[in-house]
Structures are given as C-alpha cells and as structure tokens.
Write a protein that binds this ligand. Structure first.
Ligand code: NAI
Length: 308
C-alpha cells in the first residue's frame, strides 16, 4: 500500500506520522514545493521508526511527482492555512490553483489512485478536483466531517463528564463554522440519548463550541491545528487501505442524496478499498434538513467563486 501526501507542513507531516505509527502502509511519499522540506520531514520521521516500532518507509521529495507513481491513495494538504480571524473560504484564491495543479500531477503518475482532499475551503476544493480531473466520484473524498465529529465527541465528553470512548456523535454538512451540522439529536452515551444526562441548553452550547472548534484552536495557536486533522486523515486512509468498511462523514459529490445535487458536502459514507462504497442516508428532521440546506447554500456560494 503506497500513500502519497502532498504538503509536508503541519497537517501533512502529522498525517504521515499517524499513518506510519499505525503500521498498515508499506510506503509513504511526502512531497512539498519548499526545497528540501519534505526530505527533511521524511528523514526526521524515519528516525522515529525504531523508537515507535513501525516499518513503513517514508521518503520525501521536492515536487518530483515521478516518486509518487502508482500510489493507491493520495492526500492533498498543500496550500495555505488560515490565520486568526480568517474564514476557510478566504483561502480559495491561492488554494484553488495549488489543488488543481497538484491533483493533475498526481493523476498523471497514479491514474487509479483515490484522492483525499484536505486543503481549505475543503468542500469547494473537493468539488474542484471533481470538475477538473474526471476521476470517478467514488475516488474523490474530502476530509472534514471526521475531524468535526472528533471535536464534537470531545465537547460531548466534556459536557457529560464521561470518557470520550463512551460517547458517539456525528457532524455532517459543510466544513465551515456556519455550515457544520452537529447531529445533537442522535448523539449518545453508551447508546442512551445524551439529553438523558444534560439539558438541551448545554447541548446547544456543545453544538456551538463544535462549530467554532477550528477557529478556537487557530486563535490559540496562531495557525490552524494539525494533530486532530492528521489523525482524522490517517483514519480515512486506514479505512480505505485495510478495506474496513467504516462509516465516516466525508465530503462527497451528491446526486440527489439528501435532496442535494452537484456539490460536495459532508455526509456519512462507508469507506473501503474502492473508496466511497456507499452513501448512507439518515432520516433528518425538519430543522436538520433546513440546516443542511443552509449549509449547502454556503458551499454553493463558495463554489461559485471558482474559475472553472
Ligand atoms: P502548512 O502551511 O503548515 O503546510 C502547507 C504546505 O503546503 C507547506 O509546507 C507548503 O510549502 C506546501 N505547498 C504549498 N504549495 C504547494 C504546492 N504547489 N505543491 C506542494 N506543496 C505545496 O499548512 P497546514 O496547517 O498543514 O494546512 C494545510 C491545508 O489544510 C490548509 O489549507 C488548511 O486550511 C487545511 N486544513 C484542513 C483541515 C480539514 O479538516 N479539511 C484541517 C486543518 C487544515
């Protein structure tokens, strides 16, 4: 199993590290436009192999795409992250050009690959990859919901004063502060609805804290987060590589599902060796449907800024 990660910055390197530590891939190729940067990150990570007990071979290259040839999965994290006070949508100008060029170069060398898009604004960047590469829709996956759901579970566990492994919850919709749809109605603690333990008011606060989860970290760190994003990407890569058939909310091209078409937005999907193996349709209530439509309107507005 060969995995390429383009962008050896904060998220790309974290994702490569988690993939290596989980020890399911034979090879990870890191690529970055910054001279020597990917080589340096790869060497540093390889020097953790004997300490962390993994056999994955990590190599780095400065934009030599021949090194990525025949990758089973390619992850795109190249681009600029947001600074405090910025929205993800403000990154579109620079990141669209980068994502378009990078995805074309990747497919030239790995025509059968599955692409995972991370660069922001992620739903629009995923749509851009659909519009410009012609890859089958099962092989283009945007990562956002896996991270947002992890942040939701963190906030739920905090409110419930419960261990995180006892809580379950999912965030669908667009990967933006306004677009996220945390499904509070379906959140559970050991299969029991969380409203058995906390008030609706506290749950509404959890929802708000989840939606600004990325912005909260950007305010604290001065740039966007990397540990949880890297871990979330590695989860998607592992589900595909190991044919796990796990369900993650991912940004995928919709064709009538959830009453939406011709956009990429977060919905639950089954991930396996073929990429997106099934889109799971949850019965939403009227408020959730309205929130999902609002979220789609936001994604469509950002998509409208693309020069296709
Ligand atoms: P970073 O600045 O640490 O790393 C980005 C790397 O991309 C840099 O090393 C840069 O040299 C490289 N790069 C730029 N243009 C390139 C090109 N044409 N080819 C190859 N490499 C290129 O940024 P960070 O924090 O790693 O974030 C990366 C992206 O991921 C940002 O757009 C950020 O907003 C997004 N992000 C998305 C998340 C999600 O849930 N979808 C979560 C966190 C970040």
């Amino acid at each position: 199993m060969k995995v390429t990660v383009v962008g050896a910055g904060a998220v790309g390197a974290s994702c490569a590290e988690y993939i290596a530590i989980k020890n399911f891939a034979s090879e990870v190729v890191l690529l970055d436009i910054k001279e020597g940067y990917a080589e340096g990150k790869a060497m540093d990570l390889m020097q953790t192999a004997s300490l962390n007990g993994f056999d994955t071979k990590i190599t780095g290259s400065t934009s030599d795409y021949s090194k990525t040839a025949n990758s089973d999965i390619c992850v795109i994290t190249s681009g600029i992250p947001r600074k405090p006070g910025m929205t993800r949508e403000e990154l579109i100008g620079i990141n669209a050009g980068i994502v378009k060029a990078v995805s074309a170069d990747l497919i030239k060398h790995s025509p059968e690959t599955i692409i995972i898009v991370v660069s922001n604004p992620m739903d629009t960047m995923t749509y851009l990859v659909h519009k410009t590469t012609g890859l089958p829709k099962e092989r283009i996956i945007g990562m956002g919901g896996a991270l947002d759901s992890a942040r939701f579970k963190y906030r739920l566990a905090e409110a419930l004063e419960a261990p995180i492994s006892d809580v379950d919850g999912m965030v669908i919709g667009g990967h933006s502060d306004k677009g996220m749809v945390p499904l509070t109605r379906l959140a559970t603690r050991n299969s029991v609805p969380v409203t058995a333990f906390i008030s609706q008011e506290r749950l509404d606060q959890v929802k708000e804290d989840t939606k600004v989860g990325g912005a909260t970290l950007t305010g604290l760190l001065g740039t966007s987060a990397w540990y949880a994003p890297g871990a979330a990407v590695s989860g998607l890569v592992q589900a595909i590589a190991c044919d796990q058939k796990k369900i993650y909310p991912c940004s995928v091209l919709l064709n009538g599902e959830y009453g939406l078409s011709d956009l990429c937005i977060g919905v639950p999907v089954v991930l396996g060796r073929n990429g997106i193996e099934k889109i799971v349709e949850i019965e939403l209530n009227d408020a959730e449907k309205a929130h999902m439509q609002e979220s789609a309107d936001g994604v469509n507005a950002t998509n409208g800024l693309l020069e296709l």
